[in-house]
Design a protein around this ligand. Structure first.
Ligand SMILES: C[C@@](CO)(OP(=O)(O)O)[C@H](O)COP(=O)(O)OP(=O)(O)OC[C@H]1O[C@@H](n2ccc(N)nc2=O)[C@H](O)[C@@H]1O
Ligand SMILES: Nc1ncnc2c1ncn2[C@@H]1O[C@H](COP(=O)(O)OP(=O)(O)O)[C@@H](O)[C@H]1O
Length: 306
């Protein structure tokens, strides 16, 4: 009989994000686009459970929403995060079991894979008792993906560079969002590629003043017209039905609807909680069914549970 004794276990909760504003410049020589974005973490969380066992290698179990579309081998972002951390801190990687409890859609434009990478960095640094500071953790996160540093930080933040240079934004109040997931994900790389075809020169890299003012004032009414997503045109070009969904959310009572990041998730900003309940009910009845979620922003970044 093989004995696999659990010697330690850490659980981390990590948020999804939306981009309140996403300005995209022209593709640079490294293949990435310079961004000026405002990230907002929302109350939709993946959980990463990390355990050591007497054994070998990394075991991955994925549970929850869309689990079947998440790879469980070396290309899983959580596995890549664990291996990167172990390599940089000379940890001898014996048995590591990672369980990912997913609520964030995969390839949904909400940084679901990035959240798991960020959660794994935090979980394994605690599990392996590594003396790592926030800057070192941020640098490892940026190696794993452009959205990973923000998943660690959470809240509301301006992102520049590839999206990895972050400055927290002080905002007032809470924002109520209704999300509508899509059953089929969109590849981020494909959406950026389509963006290049539609706008080879990119667009002006700026965060709108109106958006920053609305966040400072805590006014969702002023925020709604200031929301911006340069990738929306490319995402809608790849998924024309999204345009109709965006219009239906506004007809149902949302202040504004936008594509989340590279899509295909649509996010609807609502005046308050009761409007969000109403809008989510209407969209669910109107065909979106169990693909509708109500969330609140801003939410905290990667955090240890228990
Ligand atoms: C669009 C955004 C907006 O926050 O998020 P999602 O919608 O994917 O969640 C991000 O820029 C996605 O970040 P992330 O999903 O981490 O991308 P990465 O793994 O770093 O890169 C995947 C691919 O996207 C493209 N990419 C990504 C970031 C960037 N600033 N420019 C790019 O051109 C590159 O083609 C890259 O090969
Ligand atoms: N732990 C993970 N969770 C989700 N997707 C993952 C994970 N690891 C690797 N992937 C791969 O990354 C791709 C996109 O990841 P994801 O971060 O969910 O997209 P997006 O940034 O659009 O939200 C997926 O197609 C999936 O194959």
């Amino acid at each position: 009989m093989v004995s696999e004794v659990v010697v330690n276990r850490v659980v981390v909760r990590v948020p999804a994000k939306i981009n309140l504003s996403l300005a995209v410049g022209a593709r640079a020589a490294d293949g990435y686009h310079p961004l000026a974005t405002v990230f907002e973490a929302v109350s939709l969380f993946d959980e990463v459970h990390a355990e050591e066992f007497d054994g070998d290698g990394i075991d991955v179990l994925v549970a929850g929403a869309g689990a079947e579309s998440v790879p469980t081998g070396e290309d899983n972002l959580a596995v890549r995060a664990a291996r990167l951390l172990a390599e940089r801190y000379d940890i001898e990687l014996a048995g590591l079991a990672l369980t990912l409890r997913k609520a964030i859609p995969t390839a949904g434009g909400m940084a679901g894979g990035s959240a798991d990478a960020a959660g794994t960095l935090l979980a394994c640094s605690v599990l392996w008792d590594i003396d790592i500071d926030a800057d070192e953790m941020r640098d490892l996160a940026a190696e794993l993906g452009s959205d990973v540093p923000f998943a660690l930080l959470g809240g509301t933040a301006i992102g520049t560079g590839r999206g990895t240079e972050l400055v927290p934004v002080l905002s007032r109040g809470r924002r109520h969002w209704v999300l509508v997931f899509d059953n089929d994900g969109l590849s981020t790389a494909d959406v950026y590629r389509r963006y290049d075809e539609l706008r080879p020169k990119g667009s002006e890299l700026a965060v709108p003043d109106e958006l920053m003012n609305a966040l400072t004032a805590g006014s969702v009414v002023d925020l709604a017209p200031a929301l911006r997503n340069d990738l929306a045109e490319a995402a809608i070009d790849l998924r024309p039905d999204l345009e109709d969904l965006l219009a239906r959310g506004v007809e149902a009572g949302a202040l504004a609807g936008m594509i989340s990041g590279s899509g295909p998730t649509c996010a609807f900003l609502c005046r308050d909680e009761s409007t969000a309940i109403d809008v989510s009910g209407r969209l669910a009845r109107d065909g979106a069914g169990d693909r509708v979620r109500r969330v609140v922003g801003p939410a905290h970044g990667a955090r240890l549970l228990g």
